[in-house]
Design a protein around this ligand. Structure first.
Ligand code: GLC
Length: 737
């Protein structure tokens, strides 16, 4: 439909029809047991309002979507939008966002989103509430699992890749969906790492660090954006005109649809943020901020008509919001054919095996080898007696939490079943060892974790594991955080593995010191104590459908783990929040070690156990000849930095070469000690040397200066190039403006 026709459609709508477009409802409002019955449950929505609803959330499957759309179109001339949380794939489940960040491979991540978009679009879903690009520097926050980690540039690159993967070149195509970047803004920096808690930061940190990835998604063309639950400096983001209208729309030029997070408008009263005494005020705040859709709430529905009659809102404001929603439906082609995404056999034709192969590559590229003493890995399955022990051997919950609600998700085999099926003749033994959770853990109830039989026979289980460990050449422990301990509203004050698993490591270590650990987790964990007892550590996060095959192939060397940490593994929870691109402070930690007045802890190091950008593989690399082609940069020139990287091991492998800059002195504003400015994945054959080069231009050096103007300043810069954020190889140049 052209713009003129769309305007005519808008003009033809009654005010009620317009207000309906601004509401998104949960399926339970529309049907029971899949049968469309109109409004059910004790919703405040009227039957009239339901008939005018603009979109629904988390309805899956062609049949159900057809039924709901058909029922809706009996009473409305505007098709519903079907939006859903499709975060890590739809049928084929990919590794978590944090693991995807560890790939440092935006092209691969774009491919994952392309696959995800095809599967969900072919099943009738039009919009996905993804990418989540919240910058994460506090592992206590349970939703770090969904993010792309602690670094601004990596988040920006992933945001762009995911949006382009979902939306492709044509939103009207049958295999594309609208992205919805979230959670705007800085939701990931709550005080004490506690989900939904207040966020407090300077405007400089907000703009310089936290807003950049949302802007990258907007610049990549994200059609939608979701506001966040939290306040920033006491102001709730979801109704903040300065954040949503002034920055997102007026400054960044975002013309897409803004949706609230689930029920967040209803959290503004005295029982919540306490910024409005009634829902009418909240509705006015939201519309003035140019929020378009209220997810799962009735604030807009209940108040807009009155606010217009009272002259507190104009119908033009409502028209602007409704028009943005109509435009999105139009881009998706829903006016021409509301059933276009389900009236075809694309879903049935999808080559899931091919998609699973891509998922496996993501497991391999997203897993991080943290330690590999005496080259304990890879294991030769033909000649090594291996005792596989631990709860994650038989656990089939190896996918990210944002996949459990997907009806056709491919779970994949457990590690134990995969090993038994594919290595029947190898000299392997298997032992449960212990459950994931401690006895009586509160989570057991709602996860129906029935470990009573174990705890009645704990000694027998432990004896079995110890015996098998004693008789093996090497032990592979499959350990991990329980899936109910990360994700939304799952912040932790203690980020160690559950005690029962830590005790298992101690017991196994007494029987055999040749231990490799495969660790499944939604967040970086404090593994400092147990790591001393482990020869090698392979951190696999939440690996998804291809967990078993991907991990096994890495253990046996068929695949080489190539991931590098998108978020550091801390020394302990007391370091939170922690990230590599910190400011020096006036009393940097090195001072503290020698004198008593430095920025340090007296009971822990200030460096993480394993830093951002760190990761090993089954070969070694040597960096040399770091060079810069000129020592002066001007706004119209560019500098080339080159480094030699030699594969000094026996295996051909990938290396992720990273370039960081440091603005040595800036006028009145302290600058981070390092900032990642580029990275390259290079494949280097054993014994060969690659020349890796990076370009530096003036625009890469801009920051929010003392006057909060985003520009660069003349002066000296250091350039670091190396395998991780703790690299010290450095050259310098001067920017002259
Ligand atoms: C949740 C989450 C958001 C999700 C939305 C819809 O509260 O914050 O990420 O997309 O609700 O399920």
């Amino acid at each position: 439909m052209d713009k003129k026709s769309l305007m005519e459609l808008l003009d033809s709508l009654t005010l009620n029809e317009k207000i309906g477009q601004l509401s998104q409802v949960h399926p339970t409002v529309l049907f029971e047991d899949g049968i469309v019955t109109g409004v059910i449950n004790d919703n405040t929505f009227s039957e009239e309002h339901i008939k005018n609803i603009g979109s629904v959330i988390n309805i899956f499957g062609k049949d159900k979507i057809r039924a709901v759309q058909e029922n809706h179109l009996k009473n409305s001339k505007i098709p519903l939008l079907f939006m859903a949380d499709v975060i890590v794939g739809y049928d084929v489940i990919f590794p978590s966002g944090l693991s995807q960040g560890c790939t440092f491979d935006p092209e691969l991540i774009k491919k994952l989103s392309r696959i995800s978009a095809t599967e969900m679009a072919a099943d009738g879903v039009n919009v996905t509430f993804s990418p989540m690009v919240d910058l994460c520097r506090d592992a206590r926050w349970g939703r770090v699992s969904e993010s792309y980690g602690e670094d601004v540039l990596l988040n920006c690159k992933m945001a762009e890749a995911v949006v382009k993967g979902y939306q492709g070149d044509d939103l009207n195509a049958l295999d594309t969906v609208s992205a919805c970047v979230k959670h705007f803004a800085a939701y990931s920096a709550p005080v004490s790492g506690r989900d939904y808690n207040s966020v407090d930061m300077s405007e400089r940190t907000l703009r310089q660090e936290y807003l950049r990835s949302y802007k990258a998604a907007v610049d990549a063309g994200s059609e939608m954006l979701m506001t966040s639950f939290n306040t920033i400096a006491g102001v709730p983001c979801t109704i903040d005109k300065r954040l949503v209208k002034d920055i997102l729309r007026d400054e960044w030029g975002f013309k897409g649809v803004v949706i609230t997070d689930h029920g967040s408008l209803g959290e503004q009263y005295s029982t919540g943020h306490g910024v409005a005494s009634n829902s009418a005020e909240v509705a006015k705040f939201a519309i003035d901020a140019t929020v378009d859709i209220e997810m799962a709430g009735d604030c807009l529905f209940k108040n807009i008509q009155n606010l217009i009659q009272e002259g507190k809102l104009s119908e033009d404001q409502i028209d602007a919001a409704v028009f943005r929603i109509l435009e999105l439906k139009n881009k998706l082609g829903l006016f021409e054919d509301p059933y276009k995404y389900i009236d075809n056999d694309l879903y049935e034709k999808i080559d899931r095996q091919q998609n699973l192969e891509v998922a496996k590559r993501a497991v391999v590229e997203g897993s991080v080898l943290l330690k590999n003493e005496d080259s304990a890995l890879p294991i030769n399955p033909e000649s090594t007696k291996v005792a596989f022990i631990g709860p994650y051997l038989s656990c089939d919950v190896t996918s990210p939490v944002w996949s459990f609600h997907l009806k056709n998700r491919i779970v994949g085999p457990t590690m134990e079943n995969y090993l038994k099926e594919n290595y029947p003749d190898s000299d392997f033994t298997y032992s449960f060892g212990c459950p994931i959770l401690d006895n009586g853990d509160w989570v057991s109830e709602f996860c129906q974790e029935d470990n009573d039989e174990y705890f009645k026979n704990e000694d027998r289980y432990i004896a079995d594991a110890v015996e098998k460990a004693k008789n093996a050449d090497i032990v592979v422990l499959a350990l991990g955080e329980h899936y109910a301990y990360h994700g939304e509203s799952k912040s932790r004050a203690d980020i160690r593995l559950h005690k029962i698993q830590r005790d298992l490591v101690d017991k196994i270590y007494e029987a055999n010191q040749n231990i490799t650990a495969v660790i499944f987790s939604g967040r970086p964990l404090d593994i400092t104590d147990i790591s001393k007892k482990l020869k090698s550590i392979l951190f696999v996060w939440e690996p998804g459908s291809m967990a078993a095959e991907g991990i096994t192939d890495m253990l046996f060397g068929k695949e080489l783990p190539s991931g590098k940490l998108s978020m550091c593994i801390p020394y302990c929870v007391g370091q939170m929040p922690i990230h590599y691109s910190e400011l020096r402070t006036g009393r940097y930690a090195e001072l503290g070690q020698k004198h008593s007045f430095g920025s340090r802890f007296v009971d822990a190091p200030i460096k993480p156990l394993y830093p951002f950008g760190y990761g090993l593989t089954y070969t070694t690399f040597e960096y040399s000849d770091l060079k810069i082609d000129k020592t002066t940069l001007t706004p119209d020139s560019e500098i080339t930095v080159t480094v030699s990287v030699k594969n000094t091991g026996q295996r051909d492998a990938w290396e992720i070469v990273q370039m960081y800059t440091h603005d040595v002195v800036a006028y009145m504003v302290s600058r981070p000690m390092k900032e990642l400015k580029d990275f390259k994945r290079v494949f280097i054959k054993a014994g060969e040397t690659a020349q890796v080069s990076f370009k530096i231009t003036e625009d890469m050096l801009r920051f929010y200066n003392y006057d909060m103007v985003y520009e660069s300043e003349s002066g000296e810069f250091e350039v670091f190039v190396g395998p991780d954020s703790e690299t010290t190889d450095c050259v310098t140049f001067t920017l002259e403006k």
